[in-house]
Design a protein around this ligand. Sequence first.
Ligand code: 5GP
Ligand code: ZN
Length: 112
Amino acid sequence: MSDCLFCRIVSGEVAATAVHETGRTLAFRDIGPQAPTHVLVIPREHHPDVAALSDADPGLLAEVLGAAVAVARQEGLTGGYRLLTNTGEDAGQTVHHVHVHVLGGRRLGALG
Ligand code: 5GP
Ligand code: ZN
């Protein structure tokens, strides 16, 4: 999808700082980090949100989560970390290409 920002990052049309790659996933640093480590993990293929990905390809969803864990290990987040996936308007999803936020490197506080 040429009008999707994260598809354009996958294609290399938009620059990003990649930190982890597999055949079907890509992880790159968030442009507006909310914690010392803030990485986004995406499938290379376009799926609008986690529900769509779960329906279309649950194996790929597992790969994305596995890549998120690999990123947390690679970033040395031994004190813990948060994996977060905003879905839809109420959650404030702004980029409609499914992504898992990997957040860590400080005490993150409660959600809410
Ligand atoms: P959402 O709000 O949809 O869960 O998360 C979207 C995330 O994408 C935000 O944390 C935002 O900072 C990040 N983001 C938006 N545009 C860009 C960009 O061009 N490059 C990178 N690396 N991150 C982006
Ligand atoms: Zn996309």
